[in-house]
Design a protein around this ligand. Structure first.
Ligand SMILES: Cc1cc2nc3c(=O)[nH]c(=O)nc-3n(C[C@H](O)[C@H](O)[C@H](O)COP(=O)(O)OP(=O)(O)OC[C@H]3O[C@@H](n4cnc5c(N)ncnc54)[C@H](O)[C@@H]3O)c2cc1C
Length: 562
C-alpha cells in the first residue's frame, strides 16, 4: 500500500472554471499512476509523500477523440506524459436520478401552456419554478428531467448566501489559494463552496411540482411561431403550443438565433472526483488556481506547449482521501485539446504524489466563453448558456444565472399580465393523434386553463431588454475585453496578470469575478489593475491589450446606436 505523510498546515499546490459537459465514456482499466516524490521547493513547507509504483497510469481514455467537441485543430503538440498506458478508469457511479413522481405533460390531451421551458438545467428550472409560482402554466421539456445534473459546480459562498441557497452547498472552504509559481502563493480570503446538485435540483423540482409545472421527456427539434403563439416541435413528433418559449438548452444553444458568426474562446477542462491514497492539499482551502509547471520538467514538449497555452489545476479537497481535481485551460481559441490537458494532469498528479485509486465521477468541460450575444431581441427567449451568460473571463455562470432567473421570470409574468389574464385559448393538439383516455390518464394533473392576450414579439422584446439591459451588455463587453487579453497571454504573462489581479482590493477582484461591477466601476478596476501591475506587465497589457481595447470601444459605440 502507499504510504502518505501529508502536512495539512500548508501545501505548495493550487482557479478553476467550469459548459458542455460530456461524460467521459468508458475507460477500461484502472492503472494507478506511478510514484513520484514531491520535490520540496524554495519557500515552502510541503511535506507530502504519497504513492508507490503500481504501473503506469493514463488519463487518456479510448473514447476521447469522439469527445473533442468544438475543438478545432491543435495548436500545441500532443505528447504522452509518461509514455505508457495511463490512467484509464471508469467512474464507479452512474448519474443518479431523483426519486420524484413528476407530473408528466401529455401532448395528446393537454392544452396549450403559457410557457414552454426547453431544458431542465439550473437556468431552465429556476425560471420554470418562478413563473409557475405566479400562477402561469409551464411545461418543461428535457430528455432526462429526473437526472441529477452532471457538472460539479463551484461557487463563492457569498453568491449563494445572497440567494438564500446555503443549504445547497455540501462542502465549503474558508478560503482559496492561488499558486502563481513555485515561489508565489496567494491566499484569497473568500469562502468557496461546492454545489450539492442533488439538493439544488430537488429543491427546484419540488417547487415546480408544487406550482404545477409539468414535464415532458423529449428533445426539442425546432420551434415555429404565429403572431401570438409558438409551436414547439419535439423529436417524437409532438408539437406543444405555448404563448412563450424559453431556450434553456445550455451551450447547445438549440433554438436561439445568431446574426453574426459565433466566435467564442473555449475553456476546456478535465475533472475527476477521485479516491486517492493521499493528497498534499489543506482541507480548509480550495485550490483556485495552480499555475506551477515544475511537474513538466521531465516532459520538455509538454512544458513548452504549456508555456504558450498554459493550464492550471483547480481542486476541491473533501477529505484526506477524496478530492475533486480539474486541469483547466482558462480560455483559448481554438480550445486546448483534451488529450493535452489530460497528459498535463497526469504529470502533475504524479509530481504531487497523488495516486488515484478510483474515479467516482469525471467530467469534460467545454465552455464557450464570450463571443457574440444571440440576436436581441428575438421571439425565443433565452437564459443561461444559451443567452451568453457565461462570464467571458472566467467560465463561471451558475450564480449569475440563478440570480438572473427571477428577472426573466418576473418580466415575463408582468408582460403576460399575470395569472389573472388569460393569454392562450387554443387547445390545439398537433403531431400525433390523441388516444382514448384510460383511468391512469385521469391522474395526470390538468394544466391551468389556457389564456388569451396580445404578446409574441412584443413580450419577447421586453423580456430580452430586462435580461440584457445596456449596463449588463457593457459589462459583458468589458469581460470580453478581459478574455481577449487573457487569450494573448502565455504562462509568464498569465502569472503576471493574476499577480496584479489578486493584489487588487476585494471590491474589485471579487466584484469582477461575480459580475457585480458595472461599466464605470470596471474602468476603475482596469486602472487599478494597471497600477498594481509590474512595469513588464504594464508594457504587456499595453501591447497585447490595445487591439482588444479598441475592439471593445468599437462595440460599445455600436451598442449605443442600437
Ligand atoms: C463540466 C462543467 C462544469 C462546470 N462548472 C461550473 C462551475 O463550477 N461553476 C459555474 O458557475 N459554472 C460552471 N459551469 C458552467 C455552467 O454553469 C454550466 O454549464 C451550467 O450547467 C449551465 O446551465 P444551463 O441551465 O444554462 O445549461 P445546462 O446545465 O447545460 O442544461 C441544459 C439542459 O437542456 C437540455 N437540452 C439540451 N438540448 C435540448 C433539446 N434540444 N431539447 C430539450 N432539452 C435539451 C439538456 O439535456 C440539459 O438538461 C460548468 C460547465 C461544465 C460543462
Amino acid at each position: 500500500m502507499a504510504s502518505c505523510t501529508v502536512s495539512m498546515s500548508s501545501t505548495r499546490y493550487g482557479l478553476r472554471a467550469g459548459a458542455v459537459k460530456v461524460r467521459s465514456g468508458s475507460p477500461k482499466h484502472l492503472l494507478r499512476s506511478g510514484f513520484c516524490p514531491i520535490a520540496p521547493t524554495r519557500g515552502d513547507e510541503l511535506s507530502s509523500r504519497c504513492g508507490e509504483v503500481n504501473g503506469n497510469g493514463s488519463l487518456l481514455s479510448p473514447g476521447l477523440a469522439a469527445r473533442r467537441l468544438h475543438m478545432a485543430e491543435t495548436r500545441v503538440c500532443s505528447v504522452r506524459a509518461a509514455g505508457g498506458t495511463l490512467l484509464e478508469m471508469k467512474p464507479k457511479v452512474e448519474l443518479k436520478k431523483l426519486n420524484y413522481e413528476i407530473p408528466i405533460f401529455d401532448p395528446r390531451k393537454s392544452k396549450a401552456v403559457d410557457l414552454v421551458v426547453v431544458g431542465g438545467g439550473p437556468a431552465g428550472l429556476a425560471v420554470a419554478q418562478r413563473v409557475s409560482g405566479q400562477g402561469l402554466s409551464v411545461c418543461c421539456i428535457d430528455p432526462e428531467p429526473r437526472s441529477v445534473w452532471p457538472n460539479n459546480y463551484g461557487v463563492w459562498v457569498d453568491e449563494f448566501e445572497a440567494m438564500d441557497l446555503l443549504d445547497c452547498l455540501d462542502y465549503t472552504w474558508g478560503s482559496a489559494v492561488v499558486y502563481l509559481d513555485d515561489d508565489v502563493k496567494k491566499l484569497l480570503q473568500r469562502p468557496y463552496g461546492r454545489v450539492n446538485r442533488t439538493r439544488l435540483k430537488s429543491k427546484m423540482i419540488e417547487q415546480c411540482i408544487t406550482n404545477g409545472v409539468q414535464f415532458y421527456q423529449s428533445k426539442v427539434k425546432h420551434v415555429t411561431h404565429s403572431k401570438d403563439r409558438s409551436f414547439v416541435v419535439c423529436d417524437d413528433g409532438f408539437v406543444i403550443e405555448t404563448a412563450v418559449v424559453l431556450d434553456a438548452t445550455g451551450h447547445s444553444r438549440r433554438l436561439v438565433q445568431y446574426d453574426k458568426p459565433f466566435n467564442p474562446g473555449y475553456q476546456i477542462a478535465y475533472g475527476i472526483v477521485a479516491e486517492v491514497d493521499c493528497h498534499p492539499f489543506d482541507l480548509d482551502k480550495m485550490l483556485f488556481m495552480d499555475w506551477r509547471d515544475s511537474h513538466l520538467n521531465k516532459y520538455p514538449e509538454l512544458k513548452e506547449s504549456n508555456k504558450k497555452l498554459p493550464t492550471f489545476l483547480y481542486a476541491m479537497p473533501f477529505s484526506p482521501t477524496k478530492i475533486f481535481l480539474e486541469e483547466t485551460s482558462l480560455v483559448a481559441r481554438p480550445g486546448v485539446p483534451l488529450e493535452v490537458i489530460q497528459q498535463r494532469m497526469e504529470a502533475r498528479l504524479k509530481h504531487l504524489g497523488i495516486n488515484v485509486k478510483s474515479i467516482e465521477e469525471d467530467e469534460v468541460c467545454v465552455i464557450p466563453m464570450g463571443g457574440v450575444l444571440p440576436v436581441i431581441p428575438q421571439r425565443v427567449l433565452g437564459i443561461g448558456g444559451t443567452a451568453g451568460m457565461v462570464h467571458p473571463s472566467t467560465g463561471y455562470m451558475v450564480a449569475r444565472t440563478l440570480a438572473a432567473a427571477p428577472i426573466v421570470a418576473d418580466s415575463l409574468v408582468k408582460r403576460l399580465g399575470g395569472a389573472s389574464h388569460p393569454h392562450i385559448s387554443s387547445n390545439t393538439v398537433l403531431g400525433k393523434e390523441a388516444e382514448p383516455s384510460s383511468s391512469q390518464d385521469e391522474d395526470i394533473p390538468t394544466p391551468p386553463e389556457p389564456r388569451k392576450g396580445p404578446f409574441g414579439d412584443e413580450v419577447a422584446a421586453g423580456v430580452w431588454a430586462d435580461l440584457w439591459p445596456m449596463e449588463r451588455q457593457q459589462q459583458r463587453e468589458f469581460f470580453c475585453f478581459g478574455m481577449d487579453v487573457l487569450l494573448k497571454l502565455d504562462l509568464v504573462g498569465t502569472r503576471r496578470f493574476f499577480d496584479a489581479f489578486f493584489d487588487l482590493d476585494e471590491h474589485h477582484w471579487q466584484g469582477f469575478l461575480s459580475s457585480r461591477l458595472y461599466f464605470w466601476e470596471l474602468i476603475g478596476f482596469g486602472f487599478s489593475l494597471f497600477t498594481h501591475a509590474t512595469n513588464t506587465a504594464k508594457a504587456e497589457i499595453v501591447v497585447k491589450g490595445t487591439p482588444a481595447l479598441l475592439n471593445m470601444i468599437k462595440n460599445l459605440t455600436l451598442m449605443k446606436r442600437q
